[in-house]
Design a protein. Structure first.
Length: 223
């Protein structure tokens, strides 16, 4: 028995319009394509036991993804494709929660962002703080241990601060953004990575709260 045309067209139209991300994940998990090669996935044809999927990449062409186990009829499509999506996500190490927004620093995150920004400015203007300049005189008056102490402290902290904040930015990209469907190099990805580089741990905590809110919203929709 084959899928009749009306049912097949309805399934293909729905998947292409609303589940393009899942189609890309099928190609990555079951056919071994890279994320870039799977981009723009759309179903071109479908049978009870396979989907023919095209991608935007001219080099990757058309791919056949097996439907396992095969459909008994069109009525099985939703359950089977959802199951395949879950298996694909598990194989790729992805969450079923997708983050599609950026939120600004809040609470302690604002103070962390401002503090690190101030240090970045201090490091960037380090060479301008020289004996005889107005800023040297001000620092000598107001900074503990004077302008010399200021320069020593900034120089001593540059490498540790850089290492810590680069690590935090790398960590959110690796353990949060990739897992929750934020594609590397996109505007959203850069917003989260750049903000985490400056803000630090509060940005990771804010991202986690966002994921938890999305999870509760998704669970609430089931009831």
């Amino acid at each position: 028995m084959a899928l009749n045309e009306p049912h097949k067209s309805r399934i293909i139209g729905h998947m292409n319009a609303d589940h393009a991300r899942e189609l890309e994940e099928y190609l990555r998990a079951f056919n071994g394509l890279s994320a870039s090669a799977a981009r723009g996935a759309q179903i071109a044809d479908m049978t009870l036991d396979a989907m023919t999927i095209k991608t935007a990449s001219s080099s990757s062409g058309t791919h056949t993804v097996a439907i396992t186990p095969p459909l008994g009829s069109a009525a099985d499509a939703r359950v089977r494709l959802v199951d395949m999506s879950q298996r694909a996500k598990q194989k790729l190490g992805l969450s079923d929660i997708t983050v599609s927004v950026f939120t600004r620093p809040q609470g302690i995150g604002v103070w962390s962002f401002l503090g690190v920004t101030l240090f970045i400015v201090s490091a960037a203007t380090y060479s301008l703080v020289q004996p005889g300049t107005a800023v040297w005189g001000v620092l000598d008056e107001v900074f503990p241990y004077g302008a010399s102490g200021y320069k020593w402290l900034v120089k001593a902290l540059v490498i540790p601060v850089l290492i810590i904040h680069v690590t935090e930015a790398w960590w959110i990209a690796r353990t949060r953004l990739r897992v929750h469907g934020v594609e590397a190099g996109t505007r959203l990805w850069w917003l989260w990575v750049a903000c985490t580089f400056v803000e630090g741990l509060p940005a990771l905590a804010r991202f986690d709260r966002l994921v938890e809110a999305e999870r509760k919203k998704k669970e609430g929709a089931k009831h």
